[in-house]
Write a protein that binds this ligand. Structure first.
Ligand SMILES: NCC(=O)CCC(=O)O
Ligand SMILES: [Zn+2]
Ligand SMILES: [Zn+2]
Length: 328
């Protein structure tokens, strides 16, 4: 089967079907990013992300149960391995006994209605903290990086993930992952959500504290997009749509509303996601704490601006609050 022939990966689940239409903000448009660590009993607060914790798999029932009751529809999992041997190729990423694969299975068993996406990247699992494999001189080695990232994505899909979401920004990974899913018989069973336009932003700081994924040297400017690069973002969105992405994502969200709007016109027939990242969430909280505005009003204003720009799916740490605030 050819890559461009596969559409069913994007609507195999009732929730991913709902993302194929456009509407006002509802609970089903929110995807909650959660951090899973390898101590099964962990519940460790993340100081820079108010109200967010690193969770062990044995705590997921107590954590997610009340949210599912309030209408939580989907989560995106980030692995935070603290007790594993990291190496140059991110071997622990798809360890069958690692936190992500265990959490996929646990959440499926406990909450079969919850749609499970997995962030796919190597930075949490490599000893150098970069998102791909490196040459000896420290630059990205694209071919083997793409191969490894596709392997991890397919292994998450095999473990039962409804959606795999590569955030590494290596050229060619969307095509390779789609090919890998098709070859594994999962092309029509797993959604491929591409972090297509991921900018090298100052807003990822709290996430890097949470996930322990700051690079040990250098930065990510050679693979994440320069904040001024509207043209590159448009080309990346176009390319990923052509390479077989089922959902396009823009990240961060608030400083890049123009890119969200561009994506909506470049790929009008795809669901469009945006990620209100850790630094955006922390900013909304900090402003509210300083008395600049009301937290709830500002949370709505930011997320509704993303919907207005064209987003149909929003990854947000405010998801638990929105489940209280929204009727539907
Ligand atoms: N792949 C995830 C990130 O790089 C950061 C997200 C955030 O700052 O919330
Ligand atoms: Zn990464
Ligand atoms: Zn990342």
């Amino acid at each position: 089967m050819d890559i461009s022939s596969i559409l069913q990966g994007g609507y195999q689940h009732p929730l991913s079907r709902s993302w194929q239409g456009r509407r006002a903000l509802t609970k089903s448009m929110l995807m909650y990013p959660i951090f899973i660590t390898d101590d099964p009993e962990a519940r460790v607060e993340i100081p820079s992300l108010p109200g967010q914790c690193r969770w062990g798999v044995n705590k997921l029932e107590g954590f997610l149960g009340p949210l599912v009751k309030k209408g939580l529809k989907s989560v995106i999992l980030f692995g935070v391995p603290l007790n594993c041997q990291k190496d140059g190729r991110g071997t622990p990423a798809d360890d069958l006994t690692g936190p992500v694969i265990l959490a996929i299975k646990k959440i499926k068993e406990l909450f079969p209605s919850v749609y499970i996406a997995c962030d796919v990247c190597l930075c949490e699992y490599t000893d150098h903290g970069h998102c791909g494999l490196l040459h000896d001189d420290g630059t990205i080695n694209t071919g083997p990086s793409v191969e490894r990232i596709a392997e991890v994505a397919v292994n998450y899909a095999k473990a039962g993930a409804h959606c795999v979401a590569p955030s590494d920004m290596m050229d060619g990974r969307i095509k390779a992952i789609k090919r890998g899913l098709i070859d594994a018989g999962l092309g029509n069973k797993c959604t491929l959500m591409s972090y297509s336009a991921k900018f090298a932003s100052a807003l990822y700081g709290p996430f890097r504290d949470a996930a322990g994924s700051a690079p040990s040297f250098g930065d990510r400017k050679c693979y994440q997009l320069p904040p001024t690069a509207k043209g590159l973002a448009r080309r990346a969105i176009q390319r990923d749509a052509t390479e077989g992405a089922d959902i396009i994502m823009v990240k961060p969200a608030l400083p890049y509303l123009d890119i969200i709007s561009d994506a909506a016109s470049i790929a009008p027939d795809h669901p469009l996601a945006c990620y209100q990242v850790s630094g955006e969430f922390a900013m909304v909280h900090a402003g509210a704490k300083a008395g600049v505005y009301d937290l709830r009003t500002m949370a709505f204003e930011t997320v509704e601006s993303m919907v207005r720009a064209g987003a149909t799916l929003i990854l947000s740490y405010f998801t638990p609050e929105f489940l209280d605030w929204l009727e539907l």
